[in-house]
Design a protein around this ligand. Structure first.
Ligand SMILES: Cc1cc2nc3c(=O)[nH]c(=O)nc-3n(C[C@H](O)[C@H](O)[C@H](O)COP(=O)(O)OP(=O)(O)OC[C@H]3O[C@@H](n4cnc5c(N)ncnc54)[C@H](O)[C@@H]3O)c2cc1C
Length: 401
């Protein structure tokens, strides 16, 4: 092995995981990010669902579930190795409830049938015993009318309990940032915006990486894990992105209550609706998709929109409260009890086009992410947070040959 100097672009969950993995394999890694800390962007501000595939109930081919399963089942095990500690106490302990909205793009019967098929895939998977909880007996249990009335509001027509879990992404972000900083084989270069990567044909170090602060360095291998910033750098490096794709920026509410609150972790399916995540009785994630979608585009890159603050943030939270109360009553009480509340968000990159209220939209699938390669340049579409440690491990193994 002669190629040992690696530039990893982007210190989200993908870049951080691949950097730690490569450093442990003996590579000299430089991890570059424009933020002042690793894990400061989308990987810090998302829901943290460790996907088994149920969210993609509008993909009857099950291709998405098949693509998400291997990484989802091993997520906590691989994350624990990366951060050198247990995730226990930072993942949800109850099943998620999927609530089918009256305007769902898929009928409740179809959702039930797809969920049954996904449960069979989960049960048959050889790693089913390695998920956060043992899912080798996974079932999607339909809620009885009484159970549904206890958790759901007027716009909901059916519900299913599934064994999916989620992690507190802010806790993970702090731990992973600490693990990257502690890894002696990783040099962190923060506060640098990557402007380009070009191939050199004049020597043994083929890739020139340059940034906005006059930064310039050569590397044997480049891993592009820039997420929303990935495609322009791919183009500069000579890799042509394959359409279609859509970038979106989604705003959400992250809050901590004063006292423990009982509220089910609920996903409103299937379409442009919302989610409630109750991580531990006090830390919550709330989203209402039509309000939270504050930017989207099909250009190479979507610039970061302005995050609302002050009265704009308050108006956003009020809107989320009103919308979610119709589907998950009790959200308002949780918001009223908040001792800490943040409006934040992140990017979603998807290999599809259209709107979530269109059942034919490519956004209802997530089965085409992964790694594209040009010589020793690797471009990673992370796809999902929950598959990142697994994908990072496979990529590091490929680079190590
Ligand atoms: C609201 C929301 C909810 C979500 N919920 C879930 C969920 O429940 N489960 C799940 O699996 N996935 C979820 N996702 C998707 C998931 O968050 C992403 O797939 C994942 O975090 C992407 O990780 P990443 O490391 O590729 O990107 P990021 O975390 O965004 O890391 C990329 C890094 O690159 C840096 N960067 C970008 N451009 C440049 C540049 N030119 N120069 C230097 N640095 C640059 C950024 O600062 C950033 O730190 C959600 C996403 C959103 C927005």
């Amino acid at each position: 092995m002669s190629a040992r100097r690696v530039a990893v672009l982007g210190a989200g969950i993908m870049g951080s995981a691949v950097s730690i993995d490569l450093a442990r394999r003996g590579f000299d890694v430089t991890l570059i990010d424009r933020e002042s800390e690793p894990m400061a962007a989308t990987s810090r501000w998302n829901e943290g669902k460790i996907h088994l595939g149920y969210l993609y109930g509008a993909d009857p081919t099950l291709a998405t579930a098949r693509h998400l399963l291997p990484g989802g089942l091993l997520f906590t095990e691989l994350l624990s190795e990366l951060i050198g500690g247990d995730v226990d106490g930072h993942a949800t302990t109850d099943d998620d409830v999927y609530l089918v909205h009256r305007d769902s793009v898929v009928s409740a019967d179809q959702v039930g049938a797809t969920f049954d098929a996904i449960s069979a895939l989960v049960r048959q998977h050889p790693d089913a015993g390695r998920y956060v909880v043992d899912v080798s007996e996974a079932r999607a249990a339909a809620l009885t009318p009484a159970e549904l009335r206890a958790v759901a509001g007027e716009d909901i027509v059916a519900g299913f309990r599934v064994p999916e879990r989620s992690v507190d992404t802010r806790w993970v972000a702090d731990r992973l940032a600490g693990a990257v900083a502690a890894e002696s084989g990783v040099e962190l270069r923060l506060g640098t915006t990557v402007l380009g990567v070009e191939q050199r044909d004049d020597g043994s170090t083929p890739w020139r990486v340059h940034g906005d602060d006059g930064y310039e360095e050569r590397f044997d291998v480049v891993v592009n894990a820039l997420w929303n910033g990935r495609l322009p750098i791919d183009v500069a490096a000579g890799l042509t992105p394959e359409p279609p794709w859509t970038h979106r920026f989604r705003l959400c509410v992250f809050l901590r209550t004063r006292a423990e609150r009982e509220l089910a972790s609920a996903v409103v399916a299937v379409g442009p609706f919302g989610d409630v995540k109750n991580y531990n009785g006090r830390d919550f994630y709330l989203s209402w998709y039509p309000l939270g979608l504050i930017a989207q585009g099909t250009d190479l890159e979507l610039r970061s929109p302005e995050i609302p603050s002050g009265t704009d943030a308050e108006a956003f939270v009020d809107g989320v409260r009103v919308a979610l109360e119709r589907v998950v009553p009790g959200v308002g009480r949780v918001i009223d009890d908040a001792e800490e509340l943040t409006v934040e968000g992140g990017f979603v990159f998807a290999r599809g086009r259209g709107a979530l209220d269109d059942p034919r939209s490519g956004l209802h699938r997530r089965d085409r992410y992964g790694v594209q390669r040009l010589d020793s340049y690797y471009s990673v579409d992370t796809g999902k947070y929950s598959t990142a440690p697994w994908l990072a491990g496979r990529l590091a193994a490929e680079i190590a040959g």
